[in-house]
Design a protein around this ligand. Structure first.
Ligand code: SF4
Length: 95
C-alpha cells in the first residue's frame, strides 16, 4: 500500500479561519535587523511567512499548523504568537 505524501496528508486538515484576529504579529524592523525573517521563512513547515516586494514579512496565518517552530527560533520580541481563539485554527484530520 502506498502511503500518502506529506502534502496529501496536510491537505486533509481543516482550518477554521479567524478573520477578525491574527494569532501572529511581527515587529518588522526587529525581524529584519535580527535575521529572524529569513529563519522563519525557511523553517515554517506550512509556508506561512514570505517576503513582500518591499521586504516586509507577510503572514498567511490561516495556514498555521500551530507547531511553535517560528516562536522557538525567532529572536526575542520579534513575534507575538498565541494559539488561535477557541473554535479557530487547525483541525488535524490525519495522525
Ligand atoms: S507555528 Fe509552525 S506552522 Fe505556525 S507559523 Fe509558526 S512555524 Fe509556521
Amino acid at each position: 500500500m502506498k502511503l500518502p505524501s506529506i502534502a496529501e496528508r496536510l491537505a486533509g486538515n481543516r482550518f477554521h479561519l479567524d478573520e477578525e484576529c491574527s494569532h501572529i504579529t511581527i515587529d518588522q524592523d526587529l525581524a529584519r535587523s535580527t535575521g529572524t525573517a529569513e529563519r522563519i521563512i525557511a523553517a515554517c513547515p506550512a509556508g506561512v511567512y514570505s517576503l513582500s516586494e518591499d521586504d516586509s514579512v507577510l503572514i498567511e496565518y490561516a495556514g498555521c499548523l500551530e507547531c511553535g517552530t517560528c516562536l522557538a527560533i525567532a529572536s526575542p520580541g520579534v513575534l507575538t504568537w498565541r494559539y488561535p481563539r477557541g473554535g479557530f485554527g487547525v483541525q488535524f484530520r490525519d495522525g
